[in-house]
Design a protein. Structure first.
Ligand code: SF4
Length: 337
């Protein structure tokens, strides 16, 4: 199977007219983007020089801000530069992120012309009260219409979902995931809300009117949503922000459930639940778990947390981990001794 590689191009949506509670783009002034066609060309060429193109499936991704909110001629300039690589077969696709209310037939015709393969919508929530409270400036209906329109153009659909926004609860987050699934996205990203400096959310946090999710709650909510999305065959391509997402966690994140390996924590929690189900059926006190070497860290958890909890919960004397290449990645075998 080919390795998927994204060549990210950050396109700040300068002077964004919106004012979402969690976003600090509003401190940037001016209109348009500073990224040019030659920047795109240079960024892509420098990435391609370091990638084994034979064993990789490569996409160019325009992220940050709302791509389809920038001037049409700038969109065409940037897409044109990316399209040259697509035409020559140097990359396999072009993806971009935008707001649900920045999608219409004219926009989609333009994106289709330049070979855009996936559009990721910043859905955030499917609850209008949450969207309103966080000043998103669009409704759940906009997401429904945009998703349907994107699919009618035969362009891949991505949904970006947030957890823990003001007004959001575990129940509304699960409802959001279920409504997202009804729209049949091909892929999704799940982002627990972080309090970023210079945002409205930071002011709410400092005044005590907003309390972010704890890391534990964020992991648990994300786990439930991940399970729902996976059951519906939605490919979850990211959980949690990376420091490369144009955010410097040390400097920019004031509070919230940031963890450099957030996705790994969620995967470990899913493994923990599954192991509990297997182990509670036995009275034995020594357990042996065979696992692929590449899955050991997910199985044992961060700082071996899963092993410690399993021992405590089931009063086990020992858990032996056996590394076995023959066990399929993501699977394991439990033997009670
Ligand atoms: S999240 Fe997007 S739409 Fe909202 S303020 Fe930031 S750039 Fe604008």
């Amino acid at each position: 199977m080919k390795k998927h590689i994204n060549i990210p191009i950050f396109v700040p949506h300068l002077g964004c007219p919106n004012d979402c509670s969690f976003c600090n783009q509003k401190k940037i002034t001016g209109v348009g983007t500073t990224v040019t066609a030659s920047d795109v060309e240079n960024i892509v060429k420098s990435h391609l020089a370091t990638i084994n193109t034979d064993s990789s499936e490569i996409e160019i991704g325009f992220f940050g801000g709302s791509f389809t909110g920038i001037e049409a001629n700038q969109q065409e300039e940037l897409l044109g530069a990316a399209y040259k690589f697509l035409e020559k077969g140097k990359i396999g696709g072009i993806r971009l992120s935008t707001r649900p209310d920045y999608i219409d037939e004219t926009i989609l015709k333009r994106l289709k012309k330049f070979g855009v393969t996936t559009i990721e919508l910043g859905v955030q929530s499917m609850e209008d009260s949450v969207l309103k409270k966080n000043m998103r400036g669009h409704t759940a209906k906009d997401t429904i219409l945009a998703s349907q329109l994107i699919k009618s153009y035969n362009i891949g659909l991505g949904h970006q979902l947030m957890l823990g926004l003001p007004g959001d609860t575990k129940e509304t987050a699960i409802k959001t995931a279920k409504k997202s699934i009804e729209l049949k996205p091909d892929c999704a990203r799940i982002y627990p809300t972080l309090v970023i400096r210079d945002t409205m959310l930071a002011r709410w946090y400092e005044s005590g009117s907003y309390l972010p999710l704890t890391l534990k709650d964020a992991v648990n909510q994300c786990k439930e949503i991940l399970k729902l999305l996976r059951q519906a065959d939605v490919n979850v391509i990211r959980m949690g922000l990376l420091s490369s997402d144009n955010i410097n966690p040390d400097a920019d994140v004031l509070a919230g459930p940031y963890h450099p390996s957030f996705g790994e924590l969620v995967e470990s929690e899913i493994v923990y639940d599954a192991l509990c189900e297997q182990i509670e059926k036995t009275d034995e006190k020594i357990i042996e778990i065979s696992v692929n070497p590449r899955f050991v860290s997910t199985l044992v958890g961060c700082k071996k947390e899963n092993i410690k909890r399993l021992k405590e919960t089931f009063n086990l004397c020992d858990i032996k981990i056996v590394q076995d290449e023959s066990v399929k990645l993501g699977n394991w075998r439990v033997k009670c001794i």
